[in-house]
Design a protein. Structure first.
Length: 348
């Protein structure tokens, strides 16, 4: 990863927004800008400086992971900040991440020592830098997606009537971990029969029966990058509803994939999928958005959903995940990770 390039992109943004420096504490943003994967620490980035402040637990790790940064060891809560803010007049922070208490504490501490320093809240400044993936990032996500596909093949082989959702969820998760995934990026979803009518059901003790839909939504995490995919499986012969619903979701997915082009909005691509589902009469049963960006975070920008104005650009990676959910019967969702390249979507 090219940390210097990422830092210069951030610095350009800071200049444009007229802030002297930015404090970055959100873990994925911090990793993206520094390579530091510890669970605690702050980046302070100004036009001239790149400082990583962390405590004793992470100092050795930070030396190895973030050689582009000057390290400062945190001894007391925010003392270090006073020391490095220098002549900064306007200091940006991540409004979507810091807590109210943190902001208040920071403001109070700075009022005493740096009364003229102004704190400026920012929405998604680093998240926007993360939108367009570099080739190396795409290569990692591709490996995570491949591993996830293998996990679905495995699930198809081992799933049998009478197995509980929890058991299947665990076997799939262990498969991912055995094959080199870090801790899975989100709790495995494994929902059978009527439980599959809940888009984000938690696996339960319910025993899977033949003929019913089983939604399995899983992801792998490699080098801190995630995949997020869903398949709807079935043991034996599915019923007629399954066939109709599955076919509709499959066609909605295809319509969405072909609607992806450079500069299309997330709303337009959502509409392409939704139209297919509405025509079959299931419009009200597709109650969530079509997809979301995936990268260091499992849910990140852009958003694909009704009314989304997020513009899709070459180099973005996002999910396409239409679904239909019928109370008491179950549901079907198909989710793939796609890369927008050369103006169109390719499943990765
Ligand atoms: Zn998912
Ligand atoms: Zn998803």
């Amino acid at each position: 990863m090219n940390i210097q390039d990422r830092l210069s992109r951030l610095r350009r943004e800071l200049k444009r927004k007229n802030v002297g420096a930015m404090l970055v504490a959100q873990p994925e943003n911090r990793y993206y800008l520094s390579g530091f994967s510890g669970s605690d620490g702050y980046l302070f980035v100004s036009q001239r400086e790149a400082v990583l402040a962390t405590d004793f637990r992470y100092i050795e790790q930070a030396k190895i992971e973030a050689p582009d940064y000057r390290l400062v060891q945190i001894k007391q809560r925010l003392d270090w900040l006073d020391e490095i803010t220098g002549r900064t007049r306007r200091l940006g922070f991540e409004e979507g991440f810091v807590t109210f208490a943190w902001q208040r504490h920071l403001a109070e501490a700075l009022k005493k020592t740096r009364p003229r320093l102004q704190l400026v809240p920012f929405d998604s400044i680093v998240e926007k830098l993360r939108l367009i993936k570099e080739p190396a990032e795409i290569a990692i996500i591709r490996r995570a997606a491949d591993m996830t596909r293998k996990a679905f093949e495995y699930a198809g082989k081992i799933m049998e009537a009478g197995m509980t959702e929890l058991r299947l969820a665990w076997l799939v998760e262990s498969f991912l971990r055995e094959n080199g995934s870090q801790a899975v990026p989100f709790e495995v979803i494994c929902a059978s029969g009527p439980n599959a009518a809940l888009p984000h059901a938690r696996p339960s003790e319910r025993q899977i029966k033949a003929g019913e839909p089983v939604i399995v939504d899983i992801g792998a995490k490699l080098e801190y990058y995630c995949s997020d995919m869903t398949r709807t499986l079935c043991i034996g012969e599915p019923d007629d509803t399954y066939k109709k619903v599955h076919d509709t979701v499959r066609r909605a997915r295809e319509a969405a994939v072909s609607a992806v082009r450079e500069n299309a909005t997330g709303g337009e691509v959502d509409r392409a999928a939704r139209r297919v589902i509405e025509k079959t009469g299931y419009g009200d049963d597709f109650g969530h958005g079509l997809g979301h960006g995936v990268g260091l975070a499992v849910h990140e920008a852009p958003r694909l959903g009704p009314g989304s104005r997020d513009r899709l650009k070459n180099g973005m990676v996002f999910t396409i995940e239409p679904g239909i959910y019928l109370t008491a019967w179950g549901g079907v969702r198909i989710e793939d990770d796609v890369l927008l390249e050369n103006g169109k979507a390719s499943v990765i």
